[in-house]
Design a protein around this ligand. Structure first.
Ligand code: SAM
Length: 339
């Protein structure tokens, strides 16, 4: 008699069963909902769900084994994000449908309020940094990537848009205002909003020195305050200072007039943890795919991209996203009309 052990196959049924088991828990569904457009560390998730660290770690392990969450290393820290359904996997149809259903869930009010607390803490760290470090801003920028290193590429992207000189631009986070002369030259009216009084003062000095009369400076938080919309919205090295960049992309998209553009210059994903301390970075750059995914979720259409490798090992991505004109918008129902 042949008494061979039964062969274990991790087949399609097992994958489906693992996925069903992992998602068969209300708390784990809420974790996936929370991770829809942001990534969080274990401690942050423990706080958001008001449970112990070992409890949330267990749930994350179950979700990871089912391929529903993935980790992203940010220097010494590990962040959890949602894993996308890989089309070649047998359970991918269920996976995609599950995420779609989860996105329709409303998060409990207490969870939403604790997410806001986590974001407020991240924002406070960033704001505090710019308040303290405005005096050494340029030197710190140069440690990683200063405007001269990506200015030409950004201008190439901008000039490919064939800008009508009567249109408007909004620069979010102009820092010391280094890019404002280029915008002032190309657009009829430029608004620059920064939530740091110290940084805005540097931009004001720059505008005064160069006599930039069509530039208006505003002390405002581009995500929280009511900013005027513009035909072209520009963010240079700002997104990695924002508490929830995926969510931020939705707010930024609303600042773009229909038919207009969002230009983002950002660091590509890196593992230089010292940048947090030295430059106040909340995120160590971004994957190219993440930016595109967030932009699409915000109703924008990815356009041209340029990548710039620097001698110090960092890589910069200059990205163009467009907001469809109103005719297309009214068909898709995305974003609504401009404010
Ligand atoms: C690293 S600096 C980039 C400055 C400039 N764009 C450059 O590339 O040199 C980031 C700037 O964004 C500003 N900032 C961060 N979060 C902001 C927000 N929510 N709204 C407006 N400005 C913000 C900071 O105060 C700072 O001036």
């Amino acid at each position: 008699m042949n008494l061979r052990a039964p062969q274990l196959h991790f087949d399609e049924r097992d994958q489906l069963a693992t996925l069903c088991k992992a998602s068969g828990d209300p708390l784990r569904l809420n974790v996936l909902r929370v991770l829809a457009s942001d990534s969080f560390g274990v401690l942050e998730l423990a706080q958001i769900f008001a449970i112990g660290q070992s409890g949330i770690s267990h749930h994350l392990k179950v979700l990871a084994q089912a391929g529903l969450v993935a980790t992203r290393r940010e220097g010494n820290a590990i962040f959890y994000r949602r894993a996308l359904a890989a089309s070649e996997m047998p359970a991918s149809t269920l996976h995609a449908a599950l995420l779609e259903a989860i996105d329709r869930l409303q998060l409990p009010a207490d969870v939403q309020s604790r997410i806001a607390d986590v974001h407020a803490r991240r924002n406070a760290a960033s704001e505090d940094f710019f308040a303290r470090m405005a005096g050494s801003f340029q030197a710190r920028q140069d440690l990683i990537a200063g405007l001269p290193q990506y200015c030409d590429s950004l201008l190439a992207l901008l000039d490919a848009l064939s800008i009508d000189p009567t249109t408007t631009a909004l620069e979010v986070g102009p820092g010391d205002g280094g890019f404002l002369p280029e915008l002032a030259r190309r657009f009829g009216q430029v608004t620059a909003v920064d939530n740091s009084p110290a940084m805005l003062e540097l931009a004001r000095q720059q505008c005064e020195k160069l006599g930039l009369e069509n530039v208006r400076l505003e002390l405002a938080d581009a995500l929280l305050d009511d900013c005027a919309t513009a035909d072209c919205v520009i963010l240079n090295m700002v997104l990695h200072h924002l508490a929830a960049p995926g969510e931020a992309m939705k707010q930024l998209a609303r600042l773009v007039n229909p038919g207009g553009s969002l230009l983002i210059t950002e660091l590509c994903s890196h593992n230089q943890n010292w940048a947090r301390e030295a430059c106040g970075d909340l995120w160590l750059g971004f994957e190219q795919d993440d930016l595109a995914r967030w932009a699409i979720a915000a109703g924008l259409v990815p356009g041209e991209s340029l990548y710039i490798g620097l001698k110090n090992g960092f890589q910069i991505q200059a990205r163009h996203f467009s907001r469809p004109p109103l005719t297309t918008l009214s068909l898709t129902g995305n974003l609504g009309t401009a404010r």
